[in-house]
Design a protein around this ligand. Structure first.
Ligand code: MIC
Ligand code: SF4
Length: 648
């Protein structure tokens, strides 16, 4: 039987396991990507693993998230990352060079290769036909050390595109349409593979908008074939020699199909506070807007900036609206400057923000109290814009631009502007001088660490019997932004677990950290899709530091589940979802963890209510061994010790 694009690349990188749905498969990772908000932790973990040099074909460390240098913390982290990269064989992308996913797409993403990144939007690179997967920092550190990465073999969904996008409708509207149809959990355990005659009409940055935001469906990754359009992109980036054709076999078999006629897609918007809360723009047209933000790894390509410019040209931003733009990379910024696009935006009254994640993660440019912020980003979770009262609506660059002019949510087609198609340059302005190569004399490099970079906390093994109180009970779709929020105040603490743990669950219950410490730890009860969103392993390490022993939920999001395992928190799933209702915050629970040896099932005793609740662990036997060892670093340490003792 024929293979899909995903299966072809996977087959070429398979190290262990068989390609049967639901089986564990280990893949060789050719490339890694880290960024500054998750990167310091990944570096500390790489050091703990103890390998002298990265073992990949290519590893890149980007600085793009924590860009506000309000004190010494962020610049110290950046300097640490630069020293670390130079020392261990990693290319360092300097602050100002751009957003990791955009720069990676421009300069490094390569058809047929594999990439693992400590950022959930790593699948952006799937836009050129590579397997690109987001993961926690420790999994990326292990990949840098040459270890294969294990995933559960996903189902492959064929997203069959026909037709062609209409003027002022763009790739963002397509992925919003998909989110509206399949929801923020619809992609869990799946890969979204694009195919069909509509594919050829989409250029690589448009494809990357869709693979980027596939992350919001919970998908393991998203991928496009590598075709003539991919070749054009690589040629324009002076990398045509890296092109190779990768198409699905005509008799490839898919697990499901999602059909989209591009010609019928309309401008869409995701209302607060979930990316799948999608309606056509026409439904909420006229809603007053306080702020408009253009940018993020989803929508900051030259194509997007030019689309904004085309709509704004000769007009000024509405007096009610504060508008800002963060171009995706230095290349995009240089191109925008050379084509007069930047001048035009300045003339229209758009604030030119630096090329970084910026407002997307609440690192500056927060909206006012109760403000409505229209953004071209990918997430609108509660509190993510910097505070809880801000309401973020997710839209395309075209909708954002039209609304910036009128001061209210506006369908760009209603403005009577002449459409103009984007012409991709034959050759982009290429200047890699902000990408620093590692040192040829690594032993001479001294790694400078600021006082905010704390050592990794100790993580003792899991005891045979655990008990404690339910510290927090939460609903469905709890995101890692709920567990460890972003924002300019908290992000600089990413290298310091004791400090950042003080903000755990701040958005939902600011008393959580103190209560957890006072009780000597305990349990968290959750609903469906617990831990959706980012890859930040802090959402596992901080609760672990506060003594959380197990998280018992209806279902987990992929990356967060892996992070819980890596840091020795036992993930459990209710055998009967309705048992969620029989546990309350404050109840005392106890159970034997030995029982997990026997068929991965455990009886949780709710001592406060005198009942027993069956649950199971959704992870493999090896993962359970890791949890018993207190986490992956402890497990690796034990294995080493046993090998040494065994050989002695
Ligand atoms: C995000 O978009 O939420 C982030 C910030 O890029 C995260 C990574 C992080 O928390 O540092 C992600 O997507 O993984
Ligand atoms: Fe940065 Fe936002 Fe993209 Fe995350 S989603 S990588 S914060 S731009």
């Amino acid at each position: 039987m024929g293979l899909t694009v995903f299966e072809k690349i996977l087959k070429a990188h398979l190290v262990e396991g068989s390609m049967e749905k639901g089986a564990c498969v280990a893949l060789r990772m050719d490339q890694t990507l880290t960024q500054d908000a998750t990167g310091t932790m990944a570096c500390l973990e790489f050091e703990a693993i103890g390998i002298p040099r990265v073992q990949t074909e290519l590893s890149v460390s980007y600085v793009d998230h924590n860009m506000i240098q309000g004190d010494y913390k962020n610049p110290d982290d950046h300097r640490f990352l630069q020293d670390f990269s130079t020392r261990y064989g990693i290319i360092f992308s300097r602050p100002g060079n751009g957003i990791c996913h955009h720069v990676h797409l421009e300069r490094f993403a390569r058809p047929g290769k594999t990439l693992i990144g400590s950022d959930s939007h790593t699948p952006t690179a799937g836009g050129v036909g590579m397997i690109a997967i987001g993961a926690g920092g420790l999994d990326v550190a292990l990949a840098m050390a040459g270890e294969p990465f294990t995933i559960t073999m996903p189902e492959v969904v064929r997203v069959y595109l026909t037709g062609q996008l209409q003027p002022f409708v763009s790739a963002k509207d397509v992925i919003l349409e998909i989110l509206g149809r399949i929801s923020v959990k619809g992609g869990v355990g799946k890969v979204l593979e694009y195919s069909g005659p509509g594919v050829a009409s989409l250029n690589v940055p448009e494809r990357a908008t869709m693979t980027n935001m596939g992350a919001e469906t919970g998908a393991t990754t998203s991928i496009f074939p590598s075709d003539g359009m991919t070749r054009r992109w690589l040629r324009a980036q002076a990398r045509e020699y890296q092109w190779t054709s990768i198409e699905a076999d005509p008799d490839a078999s898919y697990d499901d199909i999602l059909e989209i006629d591009l010609s019928r897609v309309e401008p869409m918007v995701a209302k607060p506070f979930q990316p799948d809360n999608v309606v056509p723009v026409s439904e909420i047209e006229g809603t007053p807007v306080d702020q408009v933000m253009f940018g993020s790894c989803t929508n900051s390509s030259l194509r997007d900036i030019m689309a904004v410019h085309h709509i704004l040209a000769g007009r000024t931003v509405h007096p009610r609206v504060d508008a800002g733009i963060s171009p995706g990379s230095r290349q995009v910024l240089l191109e925008s400057a050379s084509t007069g696009t930047l001048d035009g935006l300045i003339a229209s009254g758009v604030r030119i923000l630096e090329s970084s994640c910026g407002a997307c993660i609440g690192m500056g440019f927060a909206p006012p109290t109760d403000g409505i912020s229209l953004r071209t980003i990918n997430r609108n979770f509660l509190g993510r814009c910097g505070h809880k009262s801000g309401k973020v609506f997710l839209v395309s660059p075209e909708v954002a631009a039209a609304s910036a002019i009128t001061g209210e949510i506006t369908d760009p087609r209603s403005l009577g502007i002449e459409p103009r198609a984007f012409e991709m340059p034959e050759k982009f302005l290429i200047d890699d001088s902000m990408l620093l190569a590692p040192s040829a004399e690594p032993e001479k490099i001294r790694i400078r660490r600021g006082p905010n970079i704390a050592a990794l906390p100790e993580m003792p093994p899991l005891p045979g019997k655990i008990n404690g109180d339910v510290l927090l009970k939460v609903e469905d779709d709890i995101t890692t932004d709920h567990i460890i929020p972003g924002g300019a105040g908290i992000l600089p603490l990413r290298s310091n677990i004791p400090e950042i743990s003080k903000h755990t669950f701040e958005v939902l219950d600011p008393t959580f950290p103190d209560r957890a410490l006072e009780k000597g730890g305990g349990f968290i009860i959750g609903g469906e899709n617990y831990g959706q969103g980012s890859s930040r392993e802090h959402a596992a390490i901080a609760p672990r530091y506060l003594g959380v022993k197990a998280v018992i939920v209806k279902s987990f999001a992929r990356i967060h589940l892996a992070n819980l395992v890596n840091f020795g928190i036992l993930p459990l799933v209710f055998e009967n979802a309705e048992d969620y209702d029989s546990i309350n915050q404050g109840d005392r629970l106890s159970f034997e963890t030995h029982a997990l040896d026997e068929g991965n099932r455990v009886e949780i005793v709710n001592e406060s209510r005198g009942r027993s609740i069956p649950a199971r662990s959704p992870v493999s036997e090896k993962d359970l061994q890791i949890i018993r060892a207190g986490g992956r670093l402890g497990y690796i340490g034990n294995r080493r010790k046993n090998n040494v003792e065994g050989s002695g």
